[in-house]
Design a binder for this molecule. Sequence first.
Ligand code: DGP
Length: 114
Amino acid sequence: MAECIFCKIARKEIPAKIVYEDRQVVAFDDINAQAPVHTLVIPKSHFATFNDVGAEEEALLGHMMLVATRVARDKGLHDKGYRLVANCLESAGQSVFHIHLHLLGGRRFAWPPG
Ligand code: DGP
């Protein structure tokens, strides 16, 4: 999508600290980090929310999860633990309408989330 900020990051039209990329996804560090490690995993194709992802994208969603675990390993979190978060719609905290997984780590997290 032309105006989507995460599409622009995927197309390298605006800068981001990209830590992983392949044909389907890009992972880059969050500009407003909430933990020592805060990386976002996005698909290169645009879906505004997880409600917009159909069953035909099952493999893509699984790939996003596996990439998140790979980045967690690369960032030294594999044995320490980490959190994966996906916010869907405003009430859950979604502010960018291009689906993404948050990989958070490097500190202790509370449960339940706020
Ligand atoms: P969410 O609130 O779940 O939609 O998360 C969106 C995240 O995206 C939020 O933690 C901040 C991050 N973010 C927003 N704009 C940019 C940007 O231009 N660059 C980077 N690296 N992160 C961004």
